[in-house]
Structure formats: C-alpha cells, structure tokens
Design a protein around this ligand. Structure first.
Ligand code: SF4
Length: 448
C-alpha cells in the first residue's frame, strides 16, 4: 500500500512553492498525498521561522501532530524549512516529538526523509543554503487558476531587523529559461494568473547575468499564450528603474499592482533599518508610478516599533500613511529576533507602545481602504472568479487590486453561472468591511 503523507505548509508563498515541489517529489515516488494528518503515515510541517510569532505557529502545529502520534493516529513527524534551519543542531534535541528535520537547502531530500523515518532512522539534514535553487515539478496547493512562480531564492539586502538571509542564503536567481518553461507548464495546466515571487524580485539576474533582468523576463512571460495576469510581489524601492516601469506600463497582462515594502518613512529609521533609499526617494517613486499608471494600486509593508522609533518618527510615519493613502498595506509590529542586527540595538520599544502604534496605524489604514473602496463604486472591474460563497449566496473573486490571501475580495451576483477561474466584468455597487460587492455586467465590454 502507498505511504500516506500529509503536508502542512506554513508561511509565505515562497515556502508554499517549496511545499508544492516536495509534494510532487513524493507523488513521483509513489506516495499518496492525504489532506489530513489523522491516519497518515507521515506528516510534514514546512515551517516559516523568520519571526517569533511564525516560530510559535510552527511549534503549535508540531505539538498538535505529536498528540495524534501519541494516540497512534500518526506514525512520524518531519519538520522542514525555516525553523529547523534557524535552530540547526538544537532543533531535534529540543523537540523529541520530531522524527526528522530538513533545512531550507535540503527540501529535495524529502523522499529519503520519509523512507528513512519510517525505518526508524532519526536525523536532521542541513545542506548548503547557498546552492542554486532547484527546479522541480509541483503539485499546486493554490486553486488551479492561480500559481506562484519563484524566480529567485535568498536575499542580499540585510535589513537590520531580518534574519531571512541567514536562513535562506544569498540571493540566487533561477535561469530565465527554467522560469519560462515552468511558467509555460503552469499556464498549459490551466493557470491564468502567475504571481512572480522572491524576497526581492527587482534584483533578478544581478547574480547570474550581472544585470537587472526582471524587465526582460516579464516581457518574455507576457508572450506565453493564454497567460492572462502576471502579478509581482516584493519590489525593492531603489531597484525599480524606468525600464521596468515601462515594461509594466506597456503590457496589460502585467497588473498595475505594485507591492513595494518600504517598512518605514523616517530617514532616521530607514538608516537604522539598513534600508536603501530615503523618504524623498520613496515619495518621488510613488509619484512617478502614479503618473505613468494612474490606475496603479500600491501595496506596502510597514514595521512599527523598531528600536529608536520615538513618537516623532512614529508621527511622521502616520502622517505619511494619511497623505499617501496606499490602498494596500501590511502593518507589522517589530519583533526582536535573535541573530538580527536590530536585536542588539539600544532603545528597544516596549510591547505596550508597539501594540498602541500598531492599532493607530491599523485605524489609519482602515480609513484609507474605506476611501479607496468608495472610489471603486460605479467602476466595472475585471474579476477572476474564485468560487461561490453559500453564506452570502454570491460568487467571489479578485480584481487586479487584490492578491490572494492578503487583500480583499469582490463578492458579486450573476444571472449566468460563473465558474472558478473564469474572468467576468463586475460593476461595483458597494463595499462591506474591506470587501467590494457588485453584479456581473456582461454587456459592458472590456473592463479595467
Ligand atoms: S529585503 Fe530585507 S526584509 Fe526582505 S527578506 Fe531581504 S533582508 Fe529581509
């Protein structure tokens, strides 16, 4: 009988791609993917471990699996990815319930790990995290019409608060032809939206080709027959050049959705964060993007409470967010991570102040979103349908302004049946909380 393997994928889309590759390797080895660990031979937790809350989430999953194991409803637990990589030798020592561990450079050994653990061999494997990223087939965990495509691994930016370069290695681009081949295979299998991801996609090519090659890559990706949407995640501000913006502006397939994490706006805090570019640069960049593409939807991420952030810098950040009105923003509380440069900084901000600042920023952002949603009423948007929600009795999907998991949804009624993965025109009639609502407008022609 085939070995039954369940996989729990935690963390970011880049981790999800690793999970999808591991599932494909297990499938090719004749193992069976089961959706629930109860009754499985092996459960794999592919973890995220870049901040304490992510580590805690991973540990909770491991402890829940350990209960199943004690009750005889699961044989073995394998943990992969960022948490074992971060704690290396300590990991198996501290967690006796875990049977096997693989670091971020060892995912390709998953089949051996499953086999060995079922033979009662307990080990941890940590290969070089700076090896070239692997290209492997995938079993998608996302809906079949949308898939992430990872174009590089690791990061060279060394932001002071971040330990990702330590657990994911140096920035390594995948060869262009491999990415395009994978993109083509995904589109041929029914994917309509390719979501290009890496820790920093703007740096693509610098290591491999000695030049920035994201613009080139996107031009070629646009030529893949039947690709409808290409969405970009994580553009480092100072590497967004005019050539890249021109390519994005010139092909409708590349969505005018700009995920540009800025993390803060005060020059003092940006310097402490070891981020390149200052306030003036970021403001000029946003203005340039909006001038070139008036329909651009800007997303960013912000960290509140870095050591040294006083009320002065925090007010500056709040004023900036009120003024810029970025429709999409992820707001995070600074997390003091062992091994990061910021962890050793003086003037750490206390938890209460960090929570209060998060709340203030959350309120500002909520008002910005409400205003943005108001402005959408009356527009006809191109929506990628994702399914039917029986609770509201309506279909739901996403426009170019909505990335999966992190942004809002558009709920809509339709007289004609609509299937998941189908594009429809929807006239927006209102907003509920952060989501939009509307009705299909088949007669309206080409939507925004
Ligand atoms: S750009 Fe900065 S925050 Fe993002 S992964 Fe790299 S070091 Fe971490």
């Amino acid at each position: 009988m085939a070995i039954k393997v369940a996989l729990i994928s935690l963390g970011c889309p880049k981790n999800q791609v690793d999970s999808e590759q591991m599932l494909s390797m297990l499938k090719d080895a004749g193992m069976k993917h089961v959706t629930h660990p109860d009754g499985a031979d092996v459960a794999i937790v592919n973890t995220c471990g870049f901040i304490e809350s992510a580590v805690n989430e991973g540990l909770s999953e491991i402890f829940a699996l350990s209960e199943l194991k004690k009750e005889g409803r699961l044989k073995k637990i394998i943990v992969t990815g960022c948490i074992p990589e971060r704690y290396k030798g300590e990991f198996l020592k501290e967690l006796p319930e875990v049977d096997f561990a693989l670091g971020t450079g060892s995912c390709q050994k998953i089949v051996d790990a499953v086999t060995e653990t079922l033979e009662n061999h307990r080990a941890a494997c940590f290969d070089d995290i700076n090896l070239s990223p692997i290209s492997a087939k995938r079993v998608l965990l996302s809906p079949t019409h949308s898939a992430y495509i990872k174009i590089a691994e690791g990061c060279d930016n060394h932001c002071a608060y971040c330990i990702i370069p330590k657990i994911r290695g140096r920035f390594r681009s995948r060869p262009e032809e491999e990415i395009l081949k994978e993109a083509e295979t995904l589109v041929q299998s029914g994917v309509k939206e390719l979501i290009v991801v890496a820790q920093d996609i703007t740096r693509y090519g610098v290591d491999l080709y000695r030049e920035h090659r994201l613009a080139n890559l996107l031009k070629k990706m646009c030529q893949i027959p039947n690709v409808e949407w290409i969405r970009l995640h994580y553009l480092y501000p100072d590497e967004i050049d005019d050539r890249l913006l021109d390519v994005i502006a010139s092909d409708k397939k590349i969505l005018h959705y700009f995920d540009i994490p800025i993390q803060h706006i005060s020059d003092k805090i940006l310097t402490l964060m070891n981020r390149r570019g200052n306030r003036a640069f970021i403001e000029a960049l946003f203005e340039k993007i909006r001038t070139k593409m008036p329909d651009a939807v800007l997303r960013t991420s912000i960290i509140a409470g870095l050591p040294g952030e006083t009320d002065v810098e925090f007010s500056e950040l709040c004023d900036f967010m009120k003024k810029e009105k970025l429709p999409r923003a992820g707001i995070f509380s600074y997390s003091q991570e062992e091994g990061s440069a910021a962890a050793a900084m003086e003037n750490q901000v206390d938890d209460e102040t960090k929570s209060r600042r998060m709340e203030i920023l959350g309120d500002i952002q909520y008002s910005v979103m409400e205003e943005y949603n108001e402005r959408q009423i009356g527009r006809v948007l191109k929506i990628l349908c994702e399914g039917f929600d029986p609770d509201s009795g309506s279909y739901y999907g996403r426009s170019y302004a909505d990335s999966p998991e992190i942004d809002s949804k558009v709920y809509f009624h339709s007289d004609q049946p609509v299937s998941a993965g189908q594009f429809v025109s929807v006239r927006i009639t209102g907003a509920v909380d952060s989501d939009l609502i509307g009705n299909t407008a088949f007669e309206e022609g080409e939507p925004a």
